[in-house]
Design a protein around this ligand. Structure first.
Ligand SMILES: [Zn+2]
Length: 590
């Protein structure tokens, strides 16, 4: 049914008497105002952002006691980032204190704006909740925060061909932001204004569960939805245990609702080869669910399968929200206890080794995966093996599953990190954003510390999220630490110690050093002229230990025929050599 939306809405707000009459007869006119274009088009199309702006206000007007529509940020192109808080009136403003009394669940659509199921499912879901059609009384026990579209500018880059591996809607938004950031790689470094706004929103509401609604492509198979609930294979046992409870109930509920759900991300060890199996790993901090789990709360990644029609996908997203929120009602108090326990454990990590990344072990177990018949044959087009699925022929694949992970990179959690004042601007904004406690040193600081000396392996391949990453290794070495007033000290006896480690330890793949924010440390800026170096070398060769070392080097034919390397041997041992070259400026105190 087509409704002239704006007109009927204006009519209603102009006539409050009629509105109250409408309320008594079930608010039929305003209810149709609360539908999405997706619903009205039988899930063929999805609306533009103008619809989100209109619905956000309309929901608040229709349910003034239970909904608050608000702006929590502005995109790079200047669009408002909107959210709806849903619950009892006194809980509709962000308050960490209130969040402690009543669990908050925050869910978002359109982080990848072409995968827009979450927006249309979310509006439908909250309307049914507000009308008491599902989860009656749940809003007396939980508060919801719904962000219909996270990547708003991407959503407005609207077109029919934005998702070549997806069935519907007819047109949709684009994966990345207007600045071409993939926000679901940005949670730790937080470059995009949209990410900064989202993290601020998360920190102000402190949801016990954060749900990120996506659509995945990749292979063709029968499973229609996956819930990747973190923490799973790493992190606090208390939190893993409640996440396990949520996972179990979600799988059972989704099956009861007619889905074929998966509790892990459906991608294969070898991308297009199902027989290679599945090896789940803890989500990295750059992803929404990893970020929130490493903040000691539950992170839920929902991925519907792109080869299911839009109507089906929206319904299964709706069902996913229903089960997560039902669990929050039942288990919210346990989630809170587990989160508190995880906070306390994290604040006591000093002196321990913390895993910063993981890899799967070789141990595998066969599983049954609901796929389709497929062939892998050489392709005349690409010259490689290509996979062709026959989605008319359901088939059970028996594939290896790698359930275990082991530490790939670990680092000792120090007592403190000290960030030199020269780098304060780079770090301070991010420390604040992530809720990492720090102190600004009021007087010059001097103490025994350690510095990380790197050795470049290679430059990373091309830009990554606008950064040139460097591959390096290195080791901590003792130094006499000395920094100016205005430097920052981060003590690790705090609930955000894991985030602090991932941001500050140079061996973390998500540290600012690894992301290429401090590539200047890899550049040598002062040299000794060759004719000076020749003279210096002659003098230095009079020292027997240096001569012996040089003679040893001369056994290497590559060294022998490289005049630059030969002179550099002496430059590096000379007092004029830059001791800060290749040195990570952030110090640690064990
Ligand atoms: Zn996605």
């Amino acid at each position: 049914m087509r409704v002239k939306l704006c007109r009927s809405w204006n009519f209603l707000i102009a006539l409050p008497v009629l509105l109250s009459m409408q309320a008594q007869v079930g608010l039929s006119a305003s209810k149709s105002d609360l539908t999405t274009k997706a619903e009205r088009s039988q899930w063929v199309e999805t609306g533009r952002y103008e619809e989100v702006e209109r619905l956000c206000k309309a929901y608040q007007k229709t349910y003034p006691e239970k909904v608050k529509c608000f702006t929590f940020g502005t995109t790079a192109e200047g669009r408002p980032m909107l959210a709806l808080a849903i619950g009892e009136k006194s809980y509709l403003l962000p308050s960490r204190e209130k969040s402690r009394k009543r669990p908050v669940v925050l869910f978002q659509g359109g982080i990848h704006a072409g995968e827009i199921d979450g927006k249309d499912a979310g509006f439908w879901f909250i309307r049914d909740m507000l009308d008491g059609k599902i989860l009656p009384d749940a809003l007396k026990k939980v508060t919801l925060v719904f962000v219909p579209v996270f990547n708003v500018d991407g959503h407005e880059r609207f077109g029919a061909n934005n998702r070549p591996n997806q069935i519907g809607p007819k047109e949709m938004g684009w994966r990345t932001t207007a600045q071409n950031y993939n926000i679901n790689r940005d949670y730790m470094k937080a470059d995009a204004p949209e990410t900064k706004a989202m993290i601020t929103l998360l920190r102000s509401w402190d949801p016990l569960a954060y749900v990120d609604l996506h659509v995945t492509d990749g292979a063709k198979f029968q499973h229609d939805i996956a819930l990747v609930i973190e923490p799973s294979l790493s992190g606090s046992m208390a939190l893993r245990s409640v996440a396990e409870g949520l996972r179990g109930k979600a799988m059972a509920d989704l099956k009861a609702d007619g889905s074929l759900p998966l509790p892990y991300y459906p991608s294969f060890v070898t991308d297009d080869d199902p027989s290679s199996g599945i090896s789940p790993k803890p989500a990295s901090v750059r992803f929404s669910n990893g970020y929130w789990a490493l903040s000691n709360r539950i992170g839920v990644l929902v991925e519907t399968h792109s080869w299911k029609p839009y109507a089906h996908r929206v319904k299964s997203t709706y069902d996913a929200l229903k089960t997560v929120i039902a669990s929050a009602v039942i288990s919210g108090a346990d989630w809170r206890k587990a989160s508190d326990a995880a906070d306390a454990e994290t604040a006591a990590l000093i002196g321990k080794d913390l895993a910063l990344s993981y890899k799967s072990t070789n141990k595998s177990t066969p599983i049954e995966f609901l796929g389709y018949a497929y062939t892998r044959k050489p392709s005349a087009v690409s010259g490689q093996l290509m996979t062709r699925y026959d989605d008319e022929k359901p088939e059970v694949w028996k594939i290896p599953f790698f359930p275990e992970v082991e530490t790939k990179v670990e680092a000792r959690v120090p007592k403190s990190f000290v960030i030199p004042s020269a780098y304060r601007n780079l770090f301070e904004e991010r420390l604040k954003l992530h809720g990492i406690r720090y102190e600004i040193l009021k007087t010059p600081w001097k103490a025994k510390a350690e510095a990380f000396r790197t050795k470049i392996i290679s430059a990373g391949k091309g830009p990554n999220e606008s950064h040139q990453r460097m591959e390096y290794e290195g080791a901590w070495e003792p130094v006499e630490g000395e920094e100016l007033a205005g430097s920052l000290r981060v003590d690790l006896d705090q609930p955000q110690a894991k985030l602090a480690m991932l941001l500050l330890d140079p061996t973390s793949a998500d540290s600012l050093l690894a992301w290429g924010y401090m590539n200047q440390i890899f550049e040598r800026k002062e040299y000794m002229e060759a004719y000076v170096a020749e003279e210096v070398a002659e003098t230095m060769l009079k020292v027997p230990t240096i001569k012996a070392e040089f003679d040893e080097k001369l056994k290497d034919p590559d060294f022998v025929k490289d005049p630059e390397k030969r002179l550099d041997f002496f430059a590096q041992r000379h007092q004029s050599f830059d001791r800060k070259y290749l040195m990570y400026p952030v110090l640690r105190i064990l």
